[in-house]
Design a protein around this ligand. Structure first.
Ligand SMILES: [Zn+2]
Length: 115
C-alpha cells in the first residue's frame, strides 16, 4: 500500500541576510551564518550558528561534552551542565537594547547603590 499526500507545503521565500553564508545551507525561508566552533583545552566542543527561520533569529548550538566513565560522576556532570545551560539561557534572554552601553548600565548600577 502506498500513501500519497496531496497537501502542498507553502513557504514564502526570504532574501539572504548580510550575515548568512549564501550557500546550500540556506533554504527557502531559513538562512544560516558561518558556524563558530570553540574547543577548550578542557575537552569538548561547541558549535554556534546564527539561524534565521522565517522572521526569527536563533543561535543554534551543538555541543559535545566529555563525561566521566563513572555513572555517578557523569550524572553530576550532567546536572552541572543543565544548571549552567539554564543560567546561560537566562543571561542571554536578559540582554536587551541598551544593556551593553556603558551609560545605561552605569546608571542602573548607581541607582541600586543609592548614588
Ligand atoms: Zn541565506
Amino acid at each position: 500500500m502506498s500513501t500519497r499526500t496531496m497537501a502542498r507545503i507553502h513557504r514564502a521565500s526570504t532574501e539572504h541576510t548580510d550575515w548568512c553564508v549564501r550557500d546550500h545551507t540556506c533554504g527557502i525561508d531559513t538562512h544560516r551564518g558561518r558556524p563558530i566552533t570553540i574547543a577548550p583545552d578542557t575537552g569538548g566542543r561547541a558549535i554556534v550558528t546564527r539561524v534565521r527561520a522565517g522572521d526569527r533569529d536563533y543561535a543554534e548550538i551543538t555541543m559535545r561534552v566529555p563525561l566521566h566513565r563513572t555513572d555517578s560522576l557523569a550524572g553530576k556532570q550532567l546536572n552541572a551542565l543543565l544548571w549552567h545551560l539554564r543560567s546561560l539561557l537566562a543571561a542571554v534572554a536578559a540582554l536587551r537594547p541598551g544593556t551593553l552601553t556603558g551609560r545605561t548600565a552605569r546608571r542602573a548600577i548607581d541607582s541600586r547603590r543609592g548614588a
